[in-house]
Design a protein around this ligand. Sequence first.
Ligand code: ATP
Length: 211
Amino acid sequence: MNNPIIGIFGGTFDPIHHGHLACARYVLQHCHLASIRLMPCHLPPHRATPGVSSIQRAEMVALAIADEPQMQLERLELNRAAPSYTVDSLQQLKAQYPYERLAFIIGMDSLQYFTKWHKWQQILTLAHLIVCQRPGYSSATGDAPALLRQYGGSLLQLSQQDAGIIYCLDNPDFTPSATFIRQELATNHQAQAMLVPAVWQYICQQQLYGC
Ligand code: ATP
């Protein structure tokens, strides 16, 4: 029998929203993972440093998943001063979980430029990639077609191999994006519908995003 697969869901989570949670729940339901660890990055390598600290973003993740027994907060990147390279985190997680296999979860927007990620080929030696469809992003553009030709595989292959399969989910659209939420908060001070209530309360208490 193959070793269980742990999902790693990395992101800025600035803030964590219903789209992230729907994506994680869908992956748990369809890919038979043991659990998913949500890993907020400290310094994202591919974008500007968020205005909200990594500690606060991690606290919001913890609040959002409090009632999700198969999801845990992964704090690994929070204490690292250097940019949060996924390859380094996966290497550390491999050492921490020697008997499990890893699947890194991303949205289709991230697959578009995956070959720009630091040591992306090495990432595929350490983990599978599970790709969630995302409104406005297609598997026919950017890096996706070439990557899927070379690494694309089925759920069965994902369950049988140790790493290196890119598996695209057939999920419905999950909204929103954190960018949209930050804009709504800055302009209207409203975004409750897109956030877990405890996260919304935290944002108001800490007066984040211009609230
Ligand atoms: P931003 O708008 O600030 O870029 P985001 O909403 O994309 O933020 P991130 O924390 O950057 O959130 O996302 C982490 C991962 O979750 C990324 O791989 C992203 O593609 C994926 N993701 C985020 N929102 C969705 C969604 N609504 N549907 C599918 N995947 C999503």
